[in-house]
Ligand binder design. Structure first.
Ligand code: 9MR
Length: 330
């Protein structure tokens, strides 16, 4: 292991910030270079797939914890915290659940049982749970703030509150998060998320933090001052904030390749800086750390390089900017 103390992990530790990344199982198991960079640079990890509903309960009442248990053990052995991701989402839901019609009572039973089982299984072992993921609609239209999903249709808008209450019953110590994209700065979606969580807090629903996924682009990234203002107003509700899945697309931006890389570097610099300056921003994670593991090229059908390390695990300008930011005032 590199003992050089100017890596992200040791610098962030001095600033009392958890610094991390999303992690997938294949390179974690098979790629020594991946493992080496991961352990050297980061102290908090989120599994990108293996804790999702369909991964943990592929058949009804049949739970498969093997991969996730292994992940938690590896993290623990390397003194890394784990963010659980996620309990309630419209995606990565098993086929047995989506192909049948359920009464509200049946769906409530299924979700309660899943949350109790999974959160109970990891009781006392995780740094956070993303309890509800992406429940707010992209367009805050016609008063419909919640995304149209199996959970909204089948249970009603109260599924969000119920999920937090069930998670808290199963592990009263783990911080519970609402996690979403596109609401990091200020605007309609950010206001809708704020309004939802304010109401939850007012009714004493056990919610402790907001995850800012931060899947952004050099084309129109959220303004640092807007992100800071949003973190502040959430802090005033008693909520912590974590940057949970950051990556910075360059394929849809303009300029020469050099200009795009410079713009990307600036976005990483600015957003890490905002997090460090916000007293309630407690963690900063990218979604994977090396470009060839990013979901972006597949999803958008365009080559991209949105992460702080290149495909050979060499640190990029964005990485060096993050190191610089962590060194200031430390
Ligand atoms: O990166 C994840 C990809 O490997 C999975 O196939 C996909 C579906 O489970 O989820 C991706 O991660 C998403 C995350 O869970 C929630 N925010 C958006 C992420 C990118 O789609």
């Amino acid at each position: 292991m590199n003992t050089n103390n100017s890596n992200l992990r040791s610098l962030a530790q001095k600033r009392k910030l958890a610094i991390g990344t999303g992690v997938s199982m294949e390179p974690l198991r098979d790629d020594p270079s991946y493992q080496q960079v991961l352990m050297r640079e980061y102290n908090i990890v989120t599994p990108t797939y293996i804790m999702k509903f369909e991964a943990l309960q592929p058949q009804r009442h049949h739970y498969n914890f093997e991969a996730a248990d292994n992940f938690v053990a590896i993290a623990k052995a390397n003194q890394m915290q784990v963010r659980g991701h996620n309990l309630v989402w419209h995606h990565s839901v098993p086929w047995w659940l989506t192909h049948e019609q359920w009464t509200p009572e049946e769906l409530i039973h299924i979700l309660r049982q899943h949350i109790h089982t999974v959160v109970g299984h990891y009781r006392g072992q995780l740094a956070a749970w993303d309890v509800v993921n992406e429940a707010v609609a992209d367009q805050d239209s016609a008063g419909q703030r919640k995304r149209d999903t199996i959970w909204l249709r089948g249970i009603g808008p109260e599924y969000v509150e119920l999920a937090f209450r069930w998670a808290h019953e199963a592990d009263p110590t783990v911080p519970l998060f609402y996690n979403d994209y596109g609401g990091e700065g200020l605007g309609a979606k950010s206001d809708a998320i704020y309004a939802m969580v304010k109401e939850l807090r007012q009714r004493d629903v056990p919610i402790h933090g907001i995850g800012f996924q931060m899947h952004v682009s050099i084309q129109n990234p959220p303004k640092p001052e807007d992100i800071a203002a949003n973190m502040k107003r959430l802090g005033e509700l008693g909520l912590q904030v974590q940057v949970t899945e950051m990556d910075v697309k360059i394929h849809d931006g303009s300029g020469t390749p050099e200009e795009r890389v410079a713009a990307q570097t600036q976005v990483y610099r600015d957003i890490l800086q905002v997090c460090l300056e916000a007293p309630n921003c407690t963690a900063f994670l990218t979604w994977e750390f090396a470009d060839h593991h990013s979901w972006i090229p597949d999803f958008f059908g365009k080559p991209d390089s949105p992460l702080p390390f290149d495909e050979s695990y060499h640190p990029k300008a964005a990485y060096h900017a993050m190191v610089e930011v962590l060194k200031i005032d430390s």
